[in-house]
Design a protein around this ligand. Sequence first.
Ligand code: EPZ
Length: 421
Amino acid sequence: MDKLLIEGGTALTGEAIISGAKNAALPLLCAALLTREPLTLTNVPALHDIATMLKLLAQMGVKIEKVGSGSTAETITLDASGLHNPVAPYELVKTMRASVLVLGPLAARCGEARVSLPGGCAIGARPVDQHIKGLNAMGAETAVEQGYVQVRASRLKGARLFTDMVTVTGTENLMMAACLADGETVIENAAREPEVVDLANCLVAMGARISGAGTDVIRIRGVGRLSGTTHRIMPDRIETGTYLCAAAATGGDIRLTRTSACYLDAVIDKLMDAGCEITVERDAIRLKAPARLNAVSLRTSPYPAFPTDMQAQFMAINTLAEGTAVIRETIFENRFMHAVELIRLGADIRIDGNTAIVRGVPALQGATVMATDLRASASLVIAGLAARGETLIERIYHLDRGYEHIETKLAALGARVKRVK
Ligand code: EPZ
């Protein structure tokens, strides 16, 4: 298993290019299932989760062609005209819960689907009951047996759907299913995340009739079929926020390009409260950190509020800040596992249910720590970059799921980091 060895203490400076968004790319890859014509996606990030999704689609009969590779952003063309196996097997789904995003498209395109339940993951139980509830409301027969969700639907019917809580992939699954349903579907309490909007924009380019994406009520008027299109994946706002936090924690001065600040208002607000100077350009963001950050309290909530996927990174920067921060995680029930690892580096953190109290300390000392999930790993990288001495992060396959070439990008910003076997 790979590890990341970090020699802390250098301020990050210079420029980095932000990759395409993992959480936009994953549903967009599944959108290919909705049509017999080729769907081309550009700015596809080279991530482990993307490779897993491509494997999942290929075993269903989707033809996949990759153009370009290496550090340049990838272009992928998917052709689902030969789709013959509407099954998502456990051995693939258990490694990536976003596999559940094939459920809606398969139900709409094939009238049947057999998708393994994702099972829990480190950060929580992660049920998919809302995805199933929505498909039932659209006339699908669903059953959960032997750990699989079985769906049958001659043709889905438009319906009024209301999700019990805001669910990002739930909204995406039901929006994709509704594109080919008979009649109009209204999704109330819909997720407003930018990745939902990026997916809707691509679906509309494919001929879908969608309005309201980005608000909490999305209307979809079903059509008979969708065509192909070419769509550029939006920049990764969480990767952007992660590098901004790395610069903030190390007293750095960096400029991130091919990204946009417009999806990060809540995060940029907090970084400015922490004392950072932020300059926003059309497709770039610059951050200049103070010598020492002020502690910033936060509470995670659905978009446009502070994203749960940035909570771990902000816990890391608060460990060295002036003052005490109160962090409340309201989305997932177990998303503080990075805290015990940060404490190994000398952080002063107390957990009380879904609240973490982080008291800033003058310095962190490098140590060996273990990554537990994607964003927890990112918080350990940030802390390691700011700590004195060497930090060795184990199980960094978690990082590779969501951060393209992370050690290359960090090294280009002046970090002393290397991957060791
Ligand atoms: C998406 O996960 C993201 N993943 C997550 O990013 C992100 O943390 C999350 O949204 C919240 O923003 C992708 O987009 C691929 P949810 P998702 O459904 O859709 C509960 C990362 O780090 N819920 O919005 O699975 C659920 O348990 C990943 O890139 C149900 O109870 O999250 C959670 O408490 C991690 N039943 C809350 O809702 C359901 O049917 C929000 O989950 C669905 C969700």
